[in-house]
Write a protein that binds this ligand. Structure first.
Ligand code: ATP
Length: 320
């Protein structure tokens, strides 16, 4: 391997820049040439590729987002599109590709390796912490800090106005962010996607606690479960207590990456290059029990679904 490329794909996450920097500096220190692919698989298809040097990644370790840009490009599921992408890489003499993204991006990378012999390594970049084969994804810890800060702010205004606040937190079908943010933010109720949502039970619990003299409360809920504004109206009508919903949305995706994410991303970027130099391809990188690990991408996706954090949920129930 002499020339490698790096791209970011799927939703952006704080720390992606640090991961790109890790790949670039790791590769240069091994005497490899490195190329940046702009705008994910879309940019690969359209040959948006530029050679990077060590200064290309100066002043990015502390910046959120991804300077390479990211994109959703469903066309990449089409084999002919992937064939063209492999051809683009060959035309630059690039033999390996590091893909920073979620499990969708991983699947695309694995196909490029299997079908066209491009040596691909996946790095987990998403705030959702929903990527198999790793305890933590790049961006998760930063998004957690952001969500907790938002909850703290909501708490100030809720307690001043004796309100009930509902805060919708990202994560798609993974509630790691919600549960951890709720514990750190002292939320009274958690609605997680991994448990069936019992609307009636939630409302009754809130009714009981207000009847017992509680003056304000915060409900943390994962996105895609219910319309939180409708839920707020229903709670207000039933409990007779002012209720407001706040959707944190993309605020959680942005911002300066925290130290943990910068370090994780840097380690993973360097490790990806080491794997490629060992002739490994079609693997994804993770951190498990504080150790860097790599797994076959398909094995990770099919067999390493991350378990729901039931233990954290139990702790949270004792705290409220
Ligand atoms: P996030 O968790 O942030 O959403 P992701 O990588 O899972 O990240 P997706 O939108 O699922 O996000 O995938 C990103 C890109 O990866 C897609 O736009 C597409 O280009 C490619 N991709 C996804 N699934 C596949 C697949 N089954 N085969 C080939 N390519 C895929």
């Amino acid at each position: 391997i002499k020339k490698i490329a790096v791209l970011t794909s799927g939703g952006d996450a704080p720390g992606m820049n640090a991961a790109i920097r890790g790949v670039v500096r790791g590769a240069l220190s091994e005497g490899l040439e490195v190329f940046g692919v702009y705008d994910g698989y879309y940019g690969l298809y359209h040959n948006k590729i530029k050679q990077l040097n060590r200064y290309s990644v100066s002043d990015v370790i502390n910046r959120g987002g991804t300077f390479l840009g990211s994109a959703r490009f469903p066309e990449f599921k089409d084999r002919e599109v992937r064939a063209k992408c492999a051809e683009v890489l060959r035309s630059h003499g690039i033999d390996a590709l590091v893909v920073i993204g979620g499990d969708g991006s991983y699947t695309g990378a694995k196909l490029l390796t299997e079908e066209y012999g491009v040596a691909c390594i996946g790095l987990p970049g998403t705030i959702d912490n929903d990527v198999p084969g790793t305890d933590y994804t790049i961006g998760y810890q930063t998004a957690l800090e952001t969500a907790v800060e938002a909850i703290d702010r909501l708490r100030d205004t809720c307690s001043s106005h004796q309100r009930i606040a509902i805060v919708e937190i990202m994560g798609r079908h993974c509630s790691d962010l919600t549960i951890s943010a709720a514990i750190a933010g002292g939320c009274e109720y958690i609605v997680a996607s991994e448990h069936a949502f019992d609307r009636e039970e939630l409302i009754q619990q809130i009714e009981r606690s207000i009847a017992n003299g509680k003056r304000h409360a915060i409900v943390a809920i994962t996105e895609l479960i219910t319309d939180v504004h409708e839920l707020a109206k229903e709670i207000e009508a039933r409990v007779k207590h002012e209720t407001r919903a706040t959707v944190l949305g993309h605020i959680q995706r942005g911002g300066t990456p925290c130290a943990y994410d910068r370090i994780l991303a840097s380690r993973m970027g360097v490790y990806a290059v080491e794997l490629l130099l060992q002739g490994k391809a079609g693997y994804c990188v993770g951190i498990q029990n504080e150790q860097l690990v790599h797994h076959d991408i398909i094995d990770a996706i099919n067999n390493m679904r991350r378990p729901f954090k039931e233990d954290l949920m139990k702790v949270s129930e004792k705290l409220f």
